[in-house]
Design a protein around this ligand. Structure first.
Ligand code: FES
Ligand SMILES: [Fe+2]
Length: 270
């Protein structure tokens, strides 16, 4: 099964009275691979872009792209179709099966960056309303690409080789250590957060095992931490993924804290 829209990779396949209301160009500081990954990743929309999307659920996805519902009642949907040979994709929104927008994005790699050109088309917009409607899309897309660019850059950095880092970290005396919390420590190329959970120090990775998103402060009582990219939730004590239920990932095994037998300082090591 592919797109619901017939002739999805041509412009204006439903032959509507389309008006191009805006055009957006920008150099994104992320390579083409990261950008295509982000385009295919419908699941980040309600999490990373929580200010712009309040409901997204998957209807269908494949190599061709994806289709998501825009409301719980399924009265609206978005379909994104990929034209890989031409390095472009189109997102169309529909309400009650009526198409309400058509947005084409063309990607051009420039060294390790990607130039994007986005063209926004809306049917039946009166000439006097065109700029106003266009501005709404421009504001929305600036926010979306700002958020995406940060995510893609973070992920690229996580995928790049990290400096080796120490194999043991001295955390100081027990009293100084407790005073220093919460804190972050890098050990053997991995960064860990140490926070108090229910009054006890807990060490857990700051890298989400799903797609390497950033994990920060765990809830101080429940010991749960959520990833801002796709909303996966983990138990920092056990490393188990609590949500979504079918996720097959868990937190990296953390290093342990033990006292130095000579000095009494606390040491973090694997
Ligand atoms: S990277 Fe996807 S939930 Fe963390
Ligand atoms: Fe995005």
């Amino acid at each position: 099964m592919g797109p619901k829209q017939s002739q999805a990779l041509i412009e204006n396949p439903n032959q509507l009275n389309m008006v191009r209301v805006a055009r957006y160009e920008r150099l994104i500081k992320a390579n083409l691979e990261r950008v295509w990954e982000n385009v295919r990743d419908w699941a980040h929309l309600p999490w990373l872009h929580s200010g712009s999307f309040n409901f997204v659920s998957l209807d269908m996805e494949g190599d061709w792209g994806w289709r998501t519902w825009s409301s719980a009642s399924h009265s609206g949907h978005v379909e994104l179709c990929i034209d890989l040979p031409r390095q472009r994709y189109v997102a169309r929104s529909y309400r009650h099966q009526q198409q309400i927008s058509e947005i084409w994005t063309t990607l051009t790699p420039i060294d390790d960056d990607t130039q994007i050109l986005v063209e926004f088309h809306v049917p039946d917009v009166a000439p006097q309303d065109s700029n106003k409607v266009g501005q709404i899309f421009l504001d929305l897309y600036k926010t979306l690409w700002d958020e995406d660019e940060l995510m893609m850059r973070d992920r690229q950095q996580q995928l790049s080789p990290q400096p080796p880092g120490p194999e043991v970290v001295n955390l100081g005396t027990p009293a100084a250590f407790l005073q220093s919390l919460p804190r972050r420590v890098t050990i053997r190329q991995h960064t860990f957060q140490i926070s108090l959970v229910a009054g006890d120090p807990v060490v857990y990775t700051t890298t989400c095992p799903h797609l390497l998103g950033p994990l920060s402060q765990a809830d101080a009582l429940s010991g749960q931490v959520s990833c801002p990219w796709h909303g996966y939730r983990f138990n920092v004590h056990t490393g188990a993924c609590l949500s979504p239920e079918n996720a097959k990932c868990r937190l990296r095994q953390p290093p342990v804290i033990r006292p130095d037998p000579v000095s009494g300082d606390l040491l973090l090591s694997y």
